[in-house]
Each structure stands twice: as C-alpha cells, then as structure tokens.
Design a protein around this ligand. Structure first.
Ligand code: INS
Length: 488
C-alpha cells in the first residue's frame, strides 16, 4: 500500500486525461481524405462543416471546464470525475452511432463538455492526493496520459483507414467508450480527495484516506503533521475566505495567483504545441513529405513525447522545481522553431533530403523534447497547486477555460496563418516562446516541495504559521520514494 497505492489512484484517474488526448487526436484522422467511408456517409461535408465538427468539441470543453469549477467544489473532485466519465460515455456513444451530421456535432459537443470537465478536475484531484515531494510526478501523469491518448488515437486512426465499411470511422470513435466506462465505474472504489473531505467537515474520513494514500510505515508523524496543517488552514480559510469568483482578484496575492494560473495556460497554448498536435501532417507536407511516412513520423513523435514526459516527471520535476524547466523549455522551443523557420524558408517545397530530415527532427525536438519537459506537464501541475482550498476548484476552472479559449483561437487561426505566412508563421511562435520565458522568469514563483497549505507563504498572504517545515515534508517525500524502492 502507501505510495504505490497513491500512484495507482493518480494513474487511474488519469484515464480522464487519456480521453482528453484520444478525443482531441482522433478527429484529425477521421476527417482526413483517407476516411472515404466517413466522407461518403456524411455526403462530403465541406470545410465549414468539418470546422464545426472539430471546433464544437473545443467549445464544449470550455463550458465543461467552467461547470467543473462549481461541481468540484460542491459534489467533490471524485464525483466530478465520475460525472465526466458518464457524460463522455454519452457523447462518445452519440458520435459512434451518428446518423447524420447534426447527430455527430451534438455528440462532439457533449464529449467536449466531458473532456473540459475532466481536463480541469483530474489534475486537481491528483494534486490534492499527493505528498508535496511527489506532487509534480503524480499530477504530471495528466500530461503523460494526454500524450498516450494522442498516441493511441494516431495508431487507431491509422489502422482504421483500411476498414472498408462505416466501421472505418465508427470504430475509432467507439473505442473511447471503453475507457470512459472504466473511469466511471472504477472511481467508485477510489477515495475522495482528503482536502475536499476536510472542507466538508468529514475529518475522520479525510485522515483515513491520508493514511491509506501515504502509507503508515515510518510515516506516522508526517501524516499527523500534514493532517493538522490541512485542518488548520482549511478552517482558517472557511472563516476568512468566501468562494465567490471575485475572490480570485480581491487581494494582491489572489490576483497574482489567478494571473499566474491563467498565464501558465496561455503561455502553454502560445508555445505553438497545438499547431504541431493538430496539423502535424501539414507541417510535414510543407517539407515535401507525404503518404504513410507522415503517419509513421507522427506516431514516433507521439511515442517519444510520452517517454520524455514520464522520465521528466519521475526523475526531474520534483527535484529541480517548476521554473527552471519552464525557462529551459521556452528557450529550447524558440531555438527549434527558429531553425524550423530557416529550413522552411530556404528549402520548403524543394526536395532536399537532408533539409527534410532536419525539418522533421526539429519538429520532434520541439514537442517530444522541449514541450514535454516544460509547459506540457507543468501547466497542469502548476494551475492545480497555487490556489487556496476554498477557491481552488473555481480558480483551476478559470485557468483551464483560458487553456481552451486559446486552444480554439489558435486552432482556428493556424490553417490560415500557415497558408498565408508560411515559414513566417514559425517566427511568430519563436517570439511567443521568448516572451513566455521572460514572463516565467520575472513573474512566476517557485512552488516545488511546498505543501498545498504552504502556498499562501509563496504568494505572500500567509496568515497561520506552518507546523510542517518545507524541508521536512520534502524529505518525507524522498523517504517515501526510498520505501517504495525497498518495497519493490
Ligand atoms: O497536446 C495537448 C494540447 O492539445 C493541449 O492544448 C495542452 O494543454 C496539453 O498540455 C497538450 O499536451
């Protein structure tokens, strides 16, 4: 039990993040020209209908994330995840059984509501069940599972194009019903967030969950201190902080939290990641590549991204903190995109093998290396750890909505930008990545190793003294890792 159980709970809840990646990724294949049965069934939908099929999903995500802010505070994190799973089952079933375009669009919208909700609540739940020294790893599982979702979607899409019936598009859409059902049912046996339980006055249950999550072996003192601090902080917040949306900007420290939370998500979107996630085949086509090679490279890129993410969150994130990797990633992405722009400017459209290889390599380096060790995982970790309990659900929801709003904007504008600006479009993102690095350097505080209750000290509104020293808590996290190793 103990940390292995804690890890398993965080990983299982990340099935919600898998659905996020899968649902975002699969539609690209389905609307592509290779899916002839899809186009025949829906009477060759034009670009505007295809645009609607793709973007109603992201629109639904925006509203799903907003609603989850209220739900997670009232019915709790666990039940909100279950509700997300249930709605995903409905949305995916509607898409799979679609009889006409409206049916499909409604299905996409409903699935969007579910994914938006899950995208906000899964990392929030993970961060509230984690010990401080492992919060980066356990919450970073969100990004890991998003990338696995994208990866599986790519390969399912690839395989399904060879089916010679309507199953060609119904199968890849239907596949998601399985993880959605598993998430809905499995969450019945997973614990509630201990912090939400304390907020509801269910203290005994909260303590029992903490003991279950962190294990009792050699950890008793840590659990007692963590629990005492949780009680004290949440009690203080209950008496002094309301849960109104205006609390997000009512004091300077709160405004700072809100701006950094929104900031991390806006910066993440402006790295340009979704140009690569959604339009990768076009980027390769601009380099003169086509056919099955493109899907192969996309798949390899996705697999490398997942591997880099897991290595980064497990070995590095909780040791070096949030800021240094963000700055490293921003610089790395700016350089990769600058090289990409130069290659496209000089050799775009020309059949030069060396230039093509370098162009592909830098797209992969951009996302599978630099994004995966920076904004990818850290955006979810950071937004889930900076708000005080009373307003955490709402604050996290606002940040996630910022993610989806920018996501819609960039995915709508990118096809036009790529066509009109060509290689100059990369330069826009070079500039944005440099700005991201500057913003992080000057405005983002470091949160590594602090307990969620200690974030008030980080943001400058500490009122109660913290019994649990950061150093001590961090050591316990490390101690736990050792226990896990010796358990194995
Ligand atoms: O590829 C996804 C992207 O579609 C999301 O917009 C972003 O927030 C995720 O972190 C990323 O992994």
């Amino acid at each position: 039990m103990g940390l292995f159980y804690n890890f398993s709970v965080a990983l299982f809840s990340a099935l919600g993040s898998f659905l996020f990646g899968y649902d975002s990724g699969v539609i690209g294949s389905i609307v592509s020209a290779e899916f002839d049965f899809f186009h025949a069934y829906f009477h060759s939908p034009g670009v505007s209908i295809i645009g609607a099929i793709v973007s109603t999903f992201a629109g639904g995500c925006f509203f799903g994330a907003a609603a989850a802010g209220w739900l997670a505070a009232h019915i709790g994190r666990k039940r909100t995840i279950q509700l997300g799973g249930l709605i995903a089952m409905l949305g995916c079933s509607l898409q799979t059984g679609a009889q006409n375009v409206s049916y499909l669009i409604v299905g996409r919208m409903i699935a969007g509501l579910a994914i938006g909700c899950l995208s906000m609540v899964v990392p929030l739940y993970q961060s509230e069940i984690s010990p401080p020294g492992m919060r980066g790893f356990l919450t970073g599982l969100t990004q890991f599972m998003i990338s696995i979702g994208f990866l599986v979607a790519n390969w399912v899409g690839y395989g399904s194009q060879f089916i010679r019936s309507d199953a060609q598009w119904r199968v890849p859409l239907g596949v998601q019903i399985f993880p959605a059902t598993l998430l809905f049912l499995g969450m019945f046996i997973l614990p509630f967030s201990p912090r939400w339980l304390v907020d509801q006055g269910r203290n005994d249950e909260a303590l029992a969950v903490l003991q279950q999550l962190h294990g009792d072996k050699g950890n008793k003192e840590f659990i007692e201190l963590e629990f005492a601090e949780m009680l004290e902080q949440i009690q203080y917040e209950k008496e002094n902080i309301s849960t109104k949306i205006s609390d997000l900007w009512s004091t300077k420290p709160m405004l700072r939290r809100t701006l950094t939370g929104i900031g991390i998500q806006v910066c993440t979107q402006f790295t340009g990641i979704n140009v690569s996630s959604y339009f990768q085949p076009t980027l390769y086509a601009d380099l003169g590549l086509s056919g099955s090679k493109v899907l192969m490279i996309t798949g390899v890129n996705g697999a490398l991204g997942a591997i880099t993410t897991i290595i980064f969150i497990y070995f590095i994130l909780d040791r070096v903190g949030r800021k240094p990797p963000l700055i490293f990633g921003a610089v790395g992405m700016a350089i990769s995109l600058a090289v990409e722009a130069a290659i496209n400017a000089k050799w775009g459209g020309v059949n030069n093998h060396a230039a093509q290889t370098a162009g592909v390599a830098f797209i992969i380096i951009f996302s599978a290396l630099f994004f995966s060790v920076s904004f990818g995982p850290i955006s979810w970790v950071y937004q889930s750890e900076i708000f005080p309990m009373r307003i955490r659900a709402l604050g996290t929801a606002v940040c996630t909505c910022a993610n989806w709003a920018c996501n819609v904007l960039i995915s709508q504008v990118s096809p036009i930008g790529m066509a009109r600006l060509q290689y100059r479009f990369y330069i826009f993102f070079v500039v944005m990545n440099i700005m991201n690095g500057v913003v992080v350097f000057f405005f983002f505080p470091e949160t590594k190793g602090k307990s969620l209750e200690e974030m008030d000290a980080v943001f400058g509104d500490q009122v109660i003294p913290h019994a649990l020293e950061t150093k001590q808590m961090h050591n316990v996290g490390v101690q736990d890792e050792k226990d896990r190793d010796s358990d194995a």
